[in-house]
Design a protein around this ligand. Structure first.
Ligand SMILES: C=C(O[C@@H]1C=C(C(=O)O)C=C[C@H]1O)C(=O)O
Length: 88
């Protein structure tokens, strides 16, 4: 196989991570959709600010090396915003 330059190698690493992320993000949205159905059936509000704060806290705690915590929390806020749209 032809030797890849560092840029190509890094991009291959990103592709591998992205493949896993896509599967996990899709799984998260599937569960969020189920939660949405439950909320509809029980007349519960879609937005739960206390739960969102809890998610952001947990995400920071799970990021044990503490790199990029703010960026990860921003990505999570976007995931939660999209989850709420799915639940509408
Ligand atoms: C998924 C839920 O609905 C909304 C989306 C959340 C999420 O994506 O984690 C969290 C709270 C809610 O605002 C939930 O209530 O758990």
């Amino acid at each position: 196989m032809k030797k890849m330059n560092p840029l190509e190698e890094y991009r291959e690493q990103i592709d591998e991570v992205d493949e896993q992320l896509v599967a996990l993000i899709a799984k998260r949205f599937e569960v969020a959709a189920k939660i949405g159905e439950y909320k509809k059936a029980h007349q519960l509000p879609i937005f739960n600010p206390a739960r969102e704060e809890e998610v952001l806290r947990k995400v920071a705690r799970w990021n044990t090396n503490d790199f990029y915590t703010e960026q990860i929390q921003q990505v999570y806020q976007t995931l939660m915003d999209e989850a709420k749209k799915i639940q509408e």
